[in-house]
Design a protein around this ligand. Structure first.
Ligand code: UN1
Length: 499
């Protein structure tokens, strides 16, 4: 058991405690009594100083040329490479994901740094003819201002990077409010931004509880934009508050992602995808596969294969290299998963495998839930409709391709989707008809790459996308510029018309 780390807020280039001096602790979910870090329990006054610092810094940061801003982000990427292993170990300890996945999380941050940095030399606008002679028309991207970034614990490096890196390249300044479960990961990440030499106030970090710090940020009149990833319940509050206070808001919320396995699929490939999609990160991804829609002709065979493979998964601490499935992040989430199992049983689903909090030797001090397969699930059941965020997958039998598409779409969410089939016509039809922001053909529902848009339709989001060039539309405003070099007044729509 190592000594707990002391995390602080980072405001105007200084590492500081909360004004009140209050602190909280993060714990290792594999060994629940081990304190990983203490961190400030900040309040509205701390948010006030952080937002003021970001506002001051914005005045000069927005004037630094985008390629130069991007160079800082490039440097953050290089430093992330240097600290990759250290950060991955810390992440595994603080939120439990297996080391290989924690390394992937940091890698996603590195990828995002290099990709976003390249954007500093593009940030393309458009030029277009004016309807007048001797007049020029174009669009340029302008920064939005002070951005509040509210991020979850499940990707404690990748998601803050997804948001902060493009925000900074676009000329905004940032106040990051990370999840209370992963303060040490956020602190290390912001230390890296500081080491890259970013001017003071360009990135600020305020730790604390969502209802206190997150709320104060979302309500703050000097915050111009909120980018939020988290639960649908909190997202509804964030969205409505931003609506009321006229802020731009980007919301990434829940998913109830499904993988379809048709009767013509490569079953071994579909199995690999299902196990990775359902149990990777212990199902704690918004892209996790929580429903498997199995064609009736292969359902029995595929279910046997799935049971066999699932029974081989090793539950354990993320820091143990033999672990396949790590713990649930905290007690509250563990209870939530457990509650869904009660609901599943009451609704008449059959627990084929798992279904309990793990109590074996070595696991009983952590928050471990057995990898769980639910059978006889119907699309109306709550376990088929609500996000569980744990290692639980629901099997639903489908009778045809059309039936599979309809059931996949029969949820309020629309983040990720997948179909395994060898039929190219079905693959393209699925690509068109699945109501989701992301569709994988012959691949699992997880594993998005940073240079492509990420986000969902329906209740998953609010129409914005992260990553790819699409994120530029979140972090910039279009300015339309007309340059009239005719030397006389030219009236649009009136002068210079043929009739
Ligand atoms: C999330 O779960 O919030 O596509 C993000 C994936 C990862 C990102 C997941 N690259 O599964």
């Amino acid at each position: 058991m190592s000594h707990p780390l002391t995390c602080r807020n980072y405001i105007a280039g200084e590492w500081v405690n909360a004004a009140s001096g209050a602190t909280l602790e993060s714990r290792n979910p594999a060994v629940s009594r081990e304190v990983v870090a203490t961190f400030p329990r900040s309040a509205a006054t701390d948010v006030e100083t952080a937002v003021a610092a970001a506002r001051r810094a914005y005045r000069s940061w927005r004037l630094i040329p985008a390629p130069a801003r991007a160079e800082y982000v490039q440097r953050v990427g290089e430093l992330l490479r240097k600290y990759k292993e250290e950060l991955a170990q810390l992440m595994s300890r603080e939120m439990g994901k297996p080391l290989a996945e924690a390394r992937g999380d940091v890698q996603e941050g590195i990828d995002c740094a290099y990709y976003s940095a390249g954007e500093g030399r593009r940030l393309f606008g458009q030029t277009t003819p004016s309807e007048m002679p001797n007049k020029f028309a174009m669009t340029v991207r302008m920064p939005v201002g002070v951005c509040a970034l509210i991020t979850p614990w499940n990707f404690p490096v990748a998601i803050p990077c997804w948001k902060a890196m493009p925000a900074l390249v676009c000329g905004n300044t940032v106040v990051l409010k990370p999840a209370e479960d992963t303060p040490a990961c956020a602190t290390k990440l912001v230390e890296i931004f500081a080491e890259a030499g970013l001017p003071e106030g360009v990135i600020n970090l305020v730790h604390g509880v969502g209802e206190e710090v997150g709320k104060a940020l979302v309500e703050h009149p000097n915050v111009d934009l909120v980018s939020f990833t988290g639960s649908s319940e909190t997202g509804a509050f964030v969205g409505s508050t931003c609506g009321r206070t006229h802020k731009r808001v980007c919301l990434e919320m829940g998913g109830k992602n499904a993988q379809i396995v048709m009767e013509d699929a490569d079953l071994q490939l579909a199995l690999d995808g299902a196990v990775w999609g359902a149990f990777g990160t212990a199902g704690q991804r918004c892209t996790a596969t929580s429903r498997l829609l199995l064609h009736r002709d292969i359902k029995e065979k595929f279910t046997d294969m799935l049971k066999e493979r699932t029974s081989q998964l090793r539950l354990g601490a993320g820091t143990d290299p033999n672990t396949d499935v790590g713990p649930i992040v905290n007690e509250k989430q563990l209870q939530r998963v457990s509650k869904y199992l009660d609901i599943a049983r009451e609704e008449g689903a059959k627990v084929l495998m798992g279904g309990e909090i793990a109590t074996e030797e070595g696991l009983q001090n952590g928050y471990f839930f057995e990898p769980t397969i639910l059978d006889c699930v119907t699309p109306q059941m709550r376990v088929a409709r609500e996000e569980i965020f744990g290692p639980v997958v629901a099997l639903i039998e489908v009778h045809s391709f059309e039936d599979a598409i309809a059931i996949l779409n029969d949820t309020p969410y629309g983040l990720s989707s997948s179909i395994y089939t060898r039929d190219v016509n079905r693959a393209f039809t699925a690509m068109r008809d699945l109501e989701a922001g992301i569709t994988y053909i012959n691949g699992p529902t997880i594993g998005a790459e940073v240079h492509l848009p990420f986000g969902g339709v329906k209740q998953t989001g609010n129409g914005h996308r992260e990553a790819g060039t699409a994120v530029l539309d979140v972090f910039t405003d279009w300015k339309t510029v007309y340059v009239d070099f005719s030397g006389s007044l030219q009236r649009a729509q009136i002068d210079n018309r043929i009739g």
